[in-house]
Design a protein around this ligand. Sequence first.
Ligand code: EPZ
Length: 427
Amino acid sequence: MDKIIIRGGCKLSGTLPISGAKNAALTLVPCALLTDEPLTLRNLPRLADIDGFQHLMNQFGVSTTIAGSRPEDFGRVMTFEAPRITGTVAPYDLVRKMRASILVLGPMLARMGEATVSLPGGCAIGNRPIDLHLKVLEAIGAEIELAAGYVRARAPDGGLPGGRFSFPVVSVGATENALMAAVLANGKTTLHNAAREPEIVDLCRLLVAMGAKIEGIGSSDITIHGVKRLHGATYRVMSDRIEAGSYACAAAITGGEVMLAGAEIEEMEATVAALRQAGVHVEPTQEGLHVAANGALRAVNLSTAPYPGFATDMQAQLMALLCRAEGTSVLNETIFENRYMHVPELNRMGAHIETSGRTAIVHGVAQLSGAEVMATDLRASMSLVIAGLAAEGETQVHRLYHLDRGYERLEEKLSLIGADIERVGDG
Ligand code: EPZ
């Protein structure tokens, strides 16, 4: 297994390209099931999770072709063609490796009238139930059965009738499954308290480009008028707001100044507000987002929340930055029950963080020191990289497969802006 070695202390400076959004791509890819015409997605990030999804789609008889791109290019263009679906089962050995596979449930049900998907199970940050996915699909008219660790969904013979559902808890994935099931229903579906994340807007924009009829895009009340069929499309995946926020924290903690090319400030307001509160200079430009350290970092208090609140996916990265702030920050993780696994590892690097339940108290320290650390989940790994970039001495981050799921060619991008970082075999 590989590891990353970082020698801290380099001020990051220069331009870093932001890739397509992982969490948009993972819901745009399954839309290929909704049409028998080609779906071409541009700006797809080169990530392990996208490779995994491509493999899953191939299992269903979906052909995938990758347009020529030079090895040095970031991102790629992929065309999916599903004239016929030859399988409707997403097996355990694929789903357990990539829980976003649950997002084939809605589109497969809409296209084929049935879908069988292994229960994804939990992960490091929480038990990740899918009860809301199942409840909203039942509200749209599906019959749901759980057996032997699988979800089996069936539509009535005439197809899904449509319906209405009010989410008791905002759920990104359940909103996505509902949208992809409802677009081919016979009637109208209304969703209340739907997720409003920019990735949901990206999904709605792709579905509309394919011929879907959706009202209330970007709001928490969405109405979908089912249509008979959807046609193919060519669509560019939005830029990754979490990747951009992560690299903004990296630039700030090193006292550097970077241009995050392609980053869209409109989708990052809560992150930008937190960075500015921490004393970081952030300015949108034609090219993207200009981020510069601006003197000593200041403490920040905040709670994570569904969009437009501060993203839970940015909590670990901001915490790493706040380890070097003057004063004490208080963070509250309201979305997932176990999203502080980066804390013990940051403390091993000289941070001073206390946690109690969903609250983390981050006492700023004058210096972090390099150490051998273990990645536990995707965003926790990035927080360790951010700390390592500022730490005195050498940091080694193990279990890189976590990082590779969400950050395209991280060490190459960081080297572009002056980091002393290399990936080596773990031996
Ligand atoms: C998506 O996960 C993202 N993943 C996560 O990003 C992100 O942290 C999360 O949304 C919240 O923004 C992808 O888009 C692939 P949820 P998802 O359903 O859809 C509870 C990353 O680091 N819930 O919005 O699984 C759930 O337990 C990943 O890129 C239910 O109770 O998140 C959680 O407490 C991590 N029942 C809350 O809702 C359900 O049926 C929000 O979960 C579904 C969710």
